[in-house]
Design a protein around this ligand. Structure first.
Ligand code: ZN
Length: 439
């Protein structure tokens, strides 16, 4: 049985099965990583081993697997009140890891599950998904054999240990321990009605109120603790608000977005959420105007240029789109595989002299950092005018990532007929052909 850890659900509620779509977004991933790093470093997890996955799921939930893979649901990210409350959730989950509440066996099985999960890019990726049914069918339903998972119920003792270890991770790493109180209060608000009907002596899980009292007592006894600077907290808060607005803008129906961020809201977060919702509803001019306002306020923010690139692409303004993505990449001080893929996509759509060659270079670079179906799809498109089997190979990789093994085999076999045996893509096709089809 696959064991997985949940935070709120360290309560009572079963979690939906894990046949999940992962979301790729450079902005969201960078912020979450920045927030988790102080905790993972204190827990002696090497930076290169830390992986953060964003799961498209409305449940208020997060868990850590294998000691270093942090899974965070969009439902948690869009609802949680502060960045330090998010850190408290991760700290609690790391507390379960440090407390030895997970077995090695479960880690091995779940690595298999991760491999089969699908990855979807925000922005252009979602748009392309609309015109491309195989990519749009991004939800992997029960094909991994581990989809039926029941929640691991932690005992009362294990929950308290995880809370205590999590709090001490927060204190040692100099993050804001008040986040622990914030999230437990929020959980109490969410689950309070349910819990009030429960007799605490008859269940094996600690009630939120009990956990809250314990954490408050622990915090009052902390010595030698320095909270983060108020500058850092302010910066995290404003970045967090933008990321939340972005996720809401992309994932919720437009009407809900405009309810949460009405036009009277002139904050960056409000402008961001509405620009995205307007783009998704096809009101591209309004979306572009809002995005340009954001750019005028923050001319060095690469993500606002990324959004402008998405909007211009959808408006069919390929030149403007390509230059917005180029600007975004030039402002980025790290690799940004989704933006590289988006630029490659625009170049294949524009298809001027040299565009496909550049698109191939960009898609390959992005695949080195973060393999994603969309990048293979773009690569296949960029190889269109090369009758050398490379396009068939790229489609084979694309279908393989989508878990469509039969299609992947067809393309891989076709690619091998055209590719020289010494080509690296030939060998990659052999790998794909050795994958068993699912019955
Ligand atoms: Zn727990």
């Amino acid at each position: 049985m696959l064991k997985k850890l949940a935070f709120l659900i360290c309560l009572l509620i079963p979690v939906s099965s894990f046949g999940a779509t992962l979301i790729n977004d450079t902005e969201t991933e960078s912020l979450l990583r920045e927030l988790v790093l102080p905790l993972s470093r204190t827990a002696d997890i090497p930076d290169t081993h830390l992986h953060i996955y964003i799961v498209r799921d409305d449940d208020f939930n997060a868990f850590v697997r294998g000691g270093q893979d942090v899974f965070v649901n969009t439902g948690l990210l869009t609802q949680i009140r502060t960045p330090s409350a998010f850190q408290a959730v991760v700290a609690h989950e790391l507390g379960h890891v440090l407390g030895g509440h997970i077995s090695q066996m479960s880690n091995r099985i779940s690595a298999e599950a991760t491999r089969t999960m699908l990855i979807q890019a925000l922005g252009v990726g979602l748009m392309v998904a609309g015109g491309n049914p195989t990519l749009g069918a991004g939800i992997m339903a029960g094909s991994s054999g581990v989809a039926q998972q029941s929640m691991l119920a932690f005992t009362r003792d294990e929950e308290r240990i995880a809370d205590n270890m999590g709090l001490s991770l927060m204190a040692q790493s100099g993050t804001d321990v008040k986040g622990f109180i914030t999230v437990l209060e929020q959980m109490r608000d969410i689950s309070g009605a349910l819990e009030s009907k429960i007799n605490p002596n008859r269940i094996n899980h600690p009630l939120t109120s009990e956990r809250l009292n314990n954490i408050k007592a622990q915090i009052s006894q902390l010595s030698d603790y320095t909270p983060p600077s108020s500058d850092e907290m302010l910066r995290h808060t404003s970045e967090y608000e933008r990321v939340r607005a972005k996720l809401i803008g992309y994932l919720e129906p437009a009407s809900r977005v405009f309810e949460k961020y009405p036009y009277s809201d002139k904050s960056d977060a409000g402008l961001y959420a509405r620009a995205i919702a307007n783009m998704r509803s096809g009101d591209l001019d309004t979306a572009a105007t809002g995005t340009r306002t954001l750019i005028s306020r923050h001319p060095n923010n690469p993500y606002f240029y990324e959004l402008l690139g998405d909007i211009e692409y959808q408006s069919g303004n390929y030149d403007a789109s390509a230059s917005a993505y180029e600007k975004s990449l030039s402002l980025m001080n790290k690799s940004a595989p989704q933006i590289e893929t988006a630029l490659a996509l625009v170049l294949t759509a524009r298809n001027r002299d040299g565009d496909n060659a550049r698109a191939i270079e960009l898609a390959k670079r992005s695949l080195l950092v973060s393999p994603a179906p969309l990048a293979y799809w773009v690569l296949a498109r960029a190889y269109a005018d090369q009758g050398s089997g490379l396009q068939d190979w790229a489609f084979a990789e694309y279908y393989n990532m989508l878990g469509k093994t039969n299609m992947a085999h067809d393309y891989a076999a076709r690619a091998q007929k055209q590719l020289p045996k010494s080509a690296p893509e030939y060998l990659k096709c052999s790998d794909i052909l050795s994958i068993k089809t699912k019955k």
